[in-house]
Write a protein that binds this ligand. Structure first.
Ligand code: NAD
Ligand code: MG
Length: 420
């Protein structure tokens, strides 16, 4: 049982100002942070949607932050352009063939090149890295995130798949190493902020909001005909292709339920989802007295990224702001789980724990890939995930190795299924 009281002691009420806020995970990093130089940030997945927004935040920070390391898979051109702009100490290309395309002299003076996943893992542990932004997409993000947490870093976590796959292990690792995981996912950032209004034992319910994606009102009879191009058009957020498809199936909300379960140590039955098409209320926390605390802002990931980097401080930043001189309508409705069965799978996997999250995540990654490649229909994604989740040899307390094995097994199951 991963109880936030156990791993992160909470101040007792009434609060003494020196206790700070009672949100999880509370650590006043300001005291420990060096004051005489910028904080050095390692950006894993720097060429992606979150990575690009992170560089925006760093470049708008007035020297508070400095990009120390940029890492990506194989998008060498974007990496070089970023490196020329922000002049990091390190650039890491994970794919060796892609790295071979990098001509000598393409990086700015003072920037060194490292190649491969092992090199990335080693650099992430370097004492020079003050903050690590984990923004690699999918299960590929687990290894470097694990290394950062193990090295006791403060990790701004966008890669929700890490917690979906191995939440209990990662949270236990953080408790042991003294590492801190701060959410970048906008819902979890909102929850983190709302939790500051009370104590963990006063939380009645956590409600994650969901945009509902592009097919919220589309007739369900036509769901099987949805094309990748249609699924990649998100109404409110601009994101990488995998999470955009996850939003269209609402599997993203399933993954986020599991992420919240482990990150906040909240029992699955206290987690709920509400569809909120405007994507302005990023999530809500209901306390035992009936008060509901929410966090609002336009859909702009630069705010939760910045919050994770500056916490527990707040600073001015580049994110868009709400305009209170204009009318604003906020709507909420419960999710339609007939249309979006993925939401049910998320509740199920959050409640079961163990290997359920890892298997769901792997099956989904494989199925989304097959859908984007035209090998599976849109509706097959949730069907494949349900089947694999149902049939997998469940293990309640898996090791990281067992998680890895089941991840591979689930992918193979989906591949076989989509071929047949
Ligand atoms: P993206 O596809 O835009 O970018 C992915 C990045 O990861 C790229 O820089 C790519 O080079 C890198 N990458 C991919 N495979 C890699 C590998 N094997 N090794 C090293 N680097 C690799 O994705 P994104 O939308 O920025 O999402 C990144 C993560 O953040 C995902 O886990 C996603 O769920 C999460 N997230 C994204 C958003 C958003 O608004 N985009 C919001 C919340 C959470
Ligand atoms: Mg989210």
């Amino acid at each position: 049982m991963f109880d936030i009281h156990a791993t992160h002691p909470m101040p007792t009420t009434p609060r003494d100002p020196s206790d700070g806020v009672s949100c999880f995970p509370f650590t006043d990093r300001r005291a420990a942070d060096p004051q005489d130089r910028p904080l050095r940030v390692a950006v894993l997945g720097s060429t992606g949607s979150i990575g690009t927004s992170t560089l925006d935040v760093i470049e708008s920070s007035g020297g508070r932050f400095q990009a120390w390391l940029l890492a990506a898979h194989r998008s060498v051109e974007s990496l070089v352009a970023q490196a020329r702009r922000v002049k990091p100490a390190w650039v890491v290309v994970v794919d060796e063939q892609a790295a071979a395309q990098l001509g000598s002299g393409s990086l700015p003076p003072g920037t060194r090149l490292a190649v491969g996943a092992d090199a990335l893992e080693k650099l992430v542990r370097d004492p020079a890295a003050d903050r690590v932004v984990s923004a690699i997409v999918g299960a590929a993000g687990l290894r470097s995130t694990w290394a950062a947490v193990e090295a006791g870093k403060t990790v701004a976590l966008a890669n929700k798949e890490t917690l979906v796959m191995a939440g209990p292990l990662v949270m236990r690792l953080a408790a042991r190493s003294g590492g801190t995981i701060l959410p970048v996912d906008s819902e979890h950032s909102a929850i983190h902020q709302a939790l500051c209004s009370g104590r963990p034992d006063e939380v009645q319910r956590i409600v994650l909001t969901a945009s509902g994606g592009p097919f919220r009102t589309r007739p369900p009879e036509s769901f099987a005909e949805i094309t990748p191009a249609e699924a990649l058009r998100h109404p409110t957020w601009s994101m990488g292709p995998k999470i955009t498809v996850d939003s269209a199936t609402m599997m993203n909300k399933a993954l986020e339920l599991i992420e919240a379960r482990w990150l906040f140590g909240i029992p699955a039955e206290k987690l709920a989802v509400m569809v909120h098409p405007q994507s302005i209320v990023h999530s809500l926390v209901e306390f035992v007295d009936g008060s509901v605390i929410a966090q609002l802002s336009p859909p702009d990931m630069r705010l939760p990224i910045q919050y994770a980097l500056t916490y527990p401080a707040r600073t001015m930043g580049p994110a868009r702001r709400l305009d209170f001189t204009r009318p604003m309508t906020l709507e909420f409705e419960p999710p339609d789980t007939e249309r979006f069965p993925a939401v049910r799978l998320g509740h199920e996997a959050a409640a079961r724990g163990g290997t359920a999250g890892a298997v769901l995540n792997a099956a989904n990654e494989e199925a989304v890939g097959a859908f984007l490649a035209g090998r599976l229909r849109f509706t097959d994604i949730a069907d494949a995930c349900a089947k694999v989740l149902d049939e997998h040899p469940f293990e309640a307390e898996p090791t990281l190795e067992e998680i890895g094995r089941l991840d591979a097994w689930a992918r193979l199951e989906v591949r076989t299924w989509s071929a047949g």
